[in-house]
Design a protein around this ligand. Structure first.
Ligand code: HEC
Ligand code: HEC
Length: 299
């Protein structure tokens, strides 16, 4: 930086580099100053007009009464109105047709499935898993092993009315001994492997008769119809395939109550009814029945 200033009259600041590069002391251009002041005006305007200054528990609300949440709600309403109009015909058909009829119509079936994902996530996935794959103690909905039936209408009844599994403790008459139950557990495991006639489980087979298990599970471990009883002749376990768990199950049953309360050790297996719980229940139950049917195991 030179100390000597060869241009004393041009209004430079006296800062000179490389012999001749000078810093001048000019005011900024008018357009620049105006923008600068406009900036201040805009800041004051925005501060007053929109929510801005944080206070201890809240913030200033602004003269416009605007909030991002309100805007979201309004846009959501617009979207919903648009959707209601666009799909009014489909929704009317869902309301008018039976689950079976919807399942037969490719377009409506796809529509019902696509519009069920959110509902299933909100109302069903907590128990049945996000893809209907089940959870410990909550049945799989994505296979073709059904307690109450896998037709569209049976699934609809399950959802609308709910289901409560019932299996008595220690057999239908409550007359099984611990030994009987242990043999029975072996027999049940053999049944699932199609080895129910194996001589090694003959004692279990006899206990099956003594406990009158066939009343619900059928003479061969396969229920006579969709009564709620589990099929014992497949590898799809409603609860558990471990012998100790099967023993506990036979000893304490499912939803066994005494004096209005579940007894200790009994399985609690209740599917809540959604007839009143779902918004727009009449249509949404059909929609979900179609969805569950299409998860892979519908009959
Ligand atoms: C609180 C937990 C819970 C929720 C939430 C729930 N379920 Fe269930 N669901 C169950 C249980 C437990 C069973 C088995 C009942 C039994 O063992 O008798 C079941 C059974 C079913 C069945 C019968 C399965 C069969 O094998 O026959 C269907 C269908 C079903 N649920 C669909 C749904 C749908 C659709 C929703 C959402 C609207 C839903 N569930 C929400 C717990 C639940
Ligand atoms: C009153 C009808 C009834 C009788 C009698 C009955 N059960 Fe059950 N059993 C059921 C029902 C219903 C279920 C399914 C419960 C559920 O999912 O909520 C079931 C489930 C089972 C399971 C679970 C299967 C699996 O896949 O995890 C086994 C094992 C079983 N029963 C064995 C027996 C045996 C052994 C007897 C005879 C001592 C017997 N049950 C008697 C109704 C009955």
């Amino acid at each position: 930086m030179a100390h000597h200033n060869p241009w004393p009259d041009e209004g430079n600041t006296g800062h000179i580099w490389d012999e001749d590069i000078r810093e001048l002391d000019n005011p900024p251009p008018l357009w620049w100053m105006l923008s600068f002041y406009m900036g201040f005006v805009m800041i004051i305007f925005y501060t007053l007009y929109y929510p801005s200054i944080p206070l201890v528990n809240t913030h200033t609300k602004g003269l416009a009464g605007w909030s991002s949440f309100k805007e979201y709600q309004e846009e959501f309403k617009v979207l919903n109105n648009w959707r209601d109009k666009k799909f009014a015909e489909e929704e009317e058909k869902l309301a008018a047709l039976s689950v079976e009829e919807i399942l037969k119509d490719d377009y409506l079936r796809t529509y019902a499935v696509k519009t069920s994902k959110m509902l299933f996530g909100d109302y069903c996935a907590a128990c049945h898993g996000s893809g209907g794959q089940g959870n410990p103690n909550f049945p799989v909905l994505a296979d073709d092993d059904w307690l109450y039936g896998g037709t569209g209408s049976a699934i609809k009844v399950s959802i609308a009315g709910g289901r409560v599994g019932n299996m008595p403790a220690k057999g239908l008459l409550g007359n099984l001994t611990d030994d009987d139950i242990s043999h029975l557990a072996d027999y049940v495991i053999a049944l699932s492997e199609h080895k129910g006639d194996d001589p090694s489980v003959a004692l279990g087979k006899a206990a099956y008769g003594k406990g009158m298990c066939m009343a619900c599970h059928g003479p061969t471990g396969k229920p006579m119809g969709p009564t709620g009883a589990a099929n014992l002749t497949d590898q799809a376990w409603r609860f558990s395939s471990h012998k100790e768990e099967i023993i506990k199950l036979i000893a304490h049953g499912v939803n066994v109550k005494k004096d209005g309360k579940l007894i200790k050790g009994t399985k609690n297996a209740v599917m809540p009814s959604f007839g009143k719980r779902l918004p727009n229940a009449e249509v949404n139950i059909k929609r979900l029945a179609v969805y569950v049917h299409q998860l892979g195991g519908g009959l």
